[in-house]
Write a protein that binds this ligand. Structure first.
Ligand SMILES: NC(=O)c1ccc[n+]([C@@H]2O[C@H](COP(=O)([O-])OP(=O)(O)OC[C@H]3O[C@@H](n4cnc5c(N)ncnc54)[C@H](OP(=O)(O)O)[C@@H]3O)[C@@H](O)[C@H]2O)c1
Length: 263
């Protein structure tokens, strides 16, 4: 039987935030396409969600850091017209400072956090636009606003996700395709173990559960919010940051160097 709710493709669905997105979208009656490397975990999640919610859950075991893995997911996006939402969630971070991190690891981070969402968005957008409908959810981070907080390459990748989402949203206005960017603060997942700083080292009042994070992000999505920062208590701080950007934009390009740079 065809599921008219549409299929949600979630990358990094084998744990943490992605696994909660899978649960919540299945509870809403969507079929799922779950992507990650860990086949055992993906199968376990798929079986559980099918039993619990009666939806169809397919899995794609793919390394999004490898060309082969990216091509496999792109091919599914190209051939499956039931996909209505792309959740670019797979990613990893590091707490290592520049001097303490291997450049190969940093390049691998750019591949997962930047190249993968870029490639999958390019695969999905033309299809969504031709159908006049679709949603892209990009998982950035609060370090997009404070890239100096953790590892600098990690901050840079998440700033890319925020900037890319801004321009995507602008370009896609009027097409029926919706873009949301989510900026989680510290969230209690395996992310922190992978980053080399287990979450137990952080003050507990900083750390949100993945369930609370995703539930809040979905409230933002349902309200049509562009940038959702579940941990930011006062939304006017984001509005002020956006207003400051908008006010500066018209003054950023000029034939004449500013007076303060006179020799
Ligand atoms: N936790 C936080 O504090 C926090 C804060 C801000 C933003 N975020 C962002 O939230 C997103 C989800 O992270 P999380 O906190 O849920 O961490 P997580 O539990 O470690 O989940 C990361 C997911 O990404 C997948 N993944 C990693 N490398 C991959 C690869 N090469 N190919 C395919 N999938 C890959 C992992 O699956 P496999 O290992 O099975 O491949 C896993 O499902 C990330 O983009 C992260 O940057 C997290």
């Amino acid at each position: 039987m065809t599921n008219t709710n549409g299929t949600i493709l979630i990358t990094g669905a084998s744990s943490g935030i992605g696994a909660i997105y899978a649960d919540r979208f299945a509870a809403r009656g969507h079929d799922l396409l779950l992507v990650a490397r860990n086949a055992g975990r993906l199968t376990g999640i798929a079986t559980q969600l099918t039993e619990r919610y009666g939806v169809s859950v397919r899995t794609i075991v793919a390394d999004l850091g490898a060309e082969e893995g990216l091509k496999a997911v792109e091919a599914v996006i190209a051939s499956d017209d039931t996909i209505t939402h792309l959740v670019n969630n797979a990613g990893f971070g590091s707490a290592a400072p520049l001097a303490g991190a291997k450049v190969e690891d940093m390049q691998a981070m750019v591949a997962i956090n930047v190249t993968a969402p870029l490639r999958l968005t390019y695969a999905a957008v033309p299809r969504f636009v031709s159908r006049g409908k679709g949603t892209i959810i990009n998982i950035s981070s609060i370090v997009a606003i404070g890239p100096e907080v953790l590892n600098g390459v990690y901050g840079g990748t998440k700033s890319f996700v925020l900037a890319f989402s801004h321009s995507l949203r602008k370009e896609l206005q009027g097409t029926g395709v919706n873009v949301q960017v989510v900026l989680p603060g510290a969230t209690g997942t395996e992310f922190w173990d992978v980053a080399g700083l287990p979450a137990s080292n952080l003050p507990s009042e900083w750390v949100m559960s993945a369930a609370d994070l995703v539930d809040a992000a979905l409230v933002g999505l349902d309200r049509g919010e562009f940038a959702t920062i579940p941990s930011l208590q006062d939304a006017s701080e984001w509005d002020a940051w956006e207003a400051a950007r908008a006010a500066m934009l018209p003054h950023l390009s000029s034939r004449k160097p500013a007076d303060r740079y006179s020799a």
